[in-house]
Design a protein around this ligand. Structure first.
Ligand SMILES: [Zn+2]
Ligand SMILES: [Zn+2]
Length: 317
């Protein structure tokens, strides 16, 4: 192939890959949900999308130096697996939560328990659920950046120095459970059906894989609707003013409503990470936020910056 052909192919792929991989993931999820073994087939589709993204990361990386190993791959996979297990347990608990809540607060819940629009087409129900769940995700994610009690858990996700498909699921278990609680409990209380939860799970899974991908994709107008790799690369910036933006997990609607949408016309940073330090081992990373010494390590220079900011606030009051 000539250089001209290669660059034409690169330009087509860079525009087509995000929508193509997302659509293929959702189509695969749809088939999995209709099969006799939905969870098994969904995981197979998920793995196939991971492999496809990993191949394109090699063929057309956004940042070449992010292809280099960082010694964190096993920890990333372990956190992902623990989170998936945690989510299953939370979902099982969640299925009984509305009953428990209804028993305790029956008069209050009885009236709001029936407000879900079961008669709408499934696609519209999923869109509505996404917007509602996204508000919970937005609040949880923003709080995790602005409240240091929560940042100590979320910092693990931001401690990476490369973005690639495998560290998509690198979240502290507490961080994940907090996000799930805020995003899913409102839907349970409104009476959303299981199929809607499955679809929300599928959308979140594939958009999540894509937000961390190190593929040179051009998402153009999609940046106005979805949390794309470009927007999420800004979110991982070392510069707080750039990183404390784009909190949306699937949609960026609430970032636009609350003024935290950030997409300047320049290349997102390749130097990402936090000013503090997280532990080296998987177990160390899980336990670190619970000790005051661990918390100080996680905060690093940010502790100093926060202290300065609060001193300045006191002075100006
Ligand atoms: Zn974050
Ligand atoms: Zn991320």
């Amino acid at each position: 192939m000539t250089d001209q052909h290669t660059s034409l192919l690169h330009s087509i792929l860079s525009r087509a890959l995000w929508p193509a991989l997302f659509t293929m993931g959702l189509a695969g999820a749809g088939m999995a949900f209709r099969s006799n073994a939905p969870l098994l087939w969904f995981n197979a589709v998920y793995l196939a999308v991971v492999v496809a993204i990993a191949c394109f990361e090699r063929a057309m990386p956004f940042e070449k130096k992010w292809l280099r190993a960082d010694g964190e791959t096993l920890n990333d996979v372990a956190h992902t697996l623990l989170n998936k297990g945690g989510v299953q347990i939370a979902a099982a608990l969640g299925a009984t939560a509305p009953m428990a809540v209804a028993t305790v607060a029956h008069p209050m819940i009885k009236d709001i328990g029936d407000i879900w629009p079961h008669g709408w087409p499934v696609a519209l129900q999923v869109a509505l659920a996404l917007i509602i769940a996204e508000l919970g995700l937005y609040v949880a994610h923003r709080a995790s950046h602005e409240i240091m009690l929560l940042w100590r858990f979320h910092a693990l996700h931001h401690s990476v120095q490369r973005l690639w498909v495998v560290n998509t699921g690198r979240f502290h278990l507490i961080d994940s459970l907090f996000k799930i609680a805020l995003s899913q409990i409102p839907l349970y209380l409104m009476g959303a059906p299981l199929s809607v939860f499955l679809w929300i799970g599928a959308v979140t899974a594939f958009i999540g894989l894509l937000t961390h991908c190190n593929i040179d994709v051009q998402t153009g107008p999609l940046d106005l609707i979805f949390s794309t790799p470009r927007l999420h690369r800004w979110h991982h910036s070392r510069v707080l003013a750039e990183g404390n933006t784009n909190y949306g997990e699937n949609l960026v609607l609430w970032d636009q409503v609350f003024g935290t949408y950030f997409n300047p016309d320049r290349r997102p940073p390749a130097a990402i990470g936090i000013s503090g330090r997280v532990a080296d081992s998987f177990l160390g990373q899980l336990l670190q936020p619970f000790s005051s010494r661990g918390f100080r390590q996680i905060m690093g220079r940010r502790a100093h910056a926060e202290e300065q900011a609060s001193t300045n606030r006191r002075k100006s009051n």
